[in-house]
Design a protein around this ligand. Structure first.
Ligand code: ADP
Ligand code: MG
Length: 278
């Protein structure tokens, strides 16, 4: 275990590069009040819901791709036929209808694709260490039940409210902590850290679990990729986390050594300087 502990300890919060991309979030001036904090059931229900939506989104995207090519080809042939001046009027009218229907199908597919996207974040100034404490607190019975030792570590200044979509960030933290727990069936160490990075924050989830083998490392962010057996994994967790992180001007980074542990880091990097200390 010593090597594993050293590995997770040695991997600190990665350096942040200052980025200019992000969200316009000056509108909300105070930390959002939340009269009723979510329960673990609420979080899990939301997670399942967004995973179902993401699964649908990925299927529709695949379907759109498969249908798009032949539809494009049909539209091209329709245009060619219509260019023929010898075409009888009746045939021209019918082929015109075919062309119109093909274009309608293309528009329909595009509209479905747009509907299934993860909603754009609704940012409000948020105390991220508070959020992490709350979410990890809800998962604590699961963590303790697995014989996992938990450490929380919040860098000074990280409690300064930063603009982000609270529900979406909660969702990422649940996902990452759940992955960490799943990687330690025999127990181990789990550390969740929040660090300051320029105008933004980083949340890192470090575990001393089985790690990620180099040959699967490049696939873990792909939708539907999962090594969890018996339908325990949807393979959508990391894909959704990355989508949410990028919508927050950040990203999800991964550092893992097979047999030693994994550090997954969520970067939140708002575009505007924080002006919400009230
Ligand atoms: N902390 C971790 N330690 C080891 N492997 C991980 C960790 N996080 C993710 N993985 C690997 O990445 C895969 C994809 O993760 P994810 O997208 O969350 O889907 P799921 O958890 O449903 O399998 C997992 O099945 C697992 O193989
Ligand atoms: Mg997962």
């Amino acid at each position: 275990m010593t090597g594993q502990r050293e590995f997770t300890r040695g991997l600190g919060v990665p350096p942040m590069d200052e980025r200019d991309e992000g969200r316009t979030t000056r509108d909300a001036a105070s930390v959002a009040l939340r009269p009723t904090p979510p329960t673990l059931i609420d979080l899990q229900r939301r997670l399942a819901q967004s995973q179902r939506l993401a699964a649908l989104g990925a299927l529709v995207a695949r379907l759109a791709h498969e249908l798009g090519t032949p539809l494009h080809s049909i539209a091209g042939h329709v245009d060619l036929v219509l260019e023929d001046e010898r075409l009888p009027e009746d045939a021209r009218r019918r082929i015109d209808i075919i062309g119109g229907e093909v274009r309608r199908l293309s528009r329909l597919i595009r509209r479905y694709l747009e509907k299934l996207r993860t909603p754009a974040p609704a940012p409000a100034p948020t105390d991220v260490p508070g959020l992490v404490r709350e979410v990890v607190g809800l998962l604590e019975p699961v963590i303790a039940g697995r014989g996992v030792d938990l450490t929380l570590d919040f860098e000074a200044g990280s409690e300064r409210p930063i603009p982000c979509d609270r529900e979406q960030v909660e969702q990422v933290v649940v996902n990452l902590v759940q992955n960490a727990i799943d990687a330690m069936p025999e127990g181990g160490d789990l550390a969740v850290r929040v660090g300051v990075a320029g105008r933004g924050l980083v949340i890192s989830v470090c575990d001393s679990g089985h790690g990620i083998a180099p040959d699967i490392r490049e696939h873990v962010f792909e939708p539907f990729f999962s090594t969890k057996e018996g339908g325990r994994g949807s393979g959508l967790g990391l894909a959704i986390c990355r989508e949410i992180a990028r919508a927050h001007g950040g990203d999800v980074l991964l550092d893992s050594k097979a047999g030693m542990g994994t550090v997954v880091t969520l970067i939140i990097q708002p575009r505007d300087p924080v002006d919400s200390q009230s």
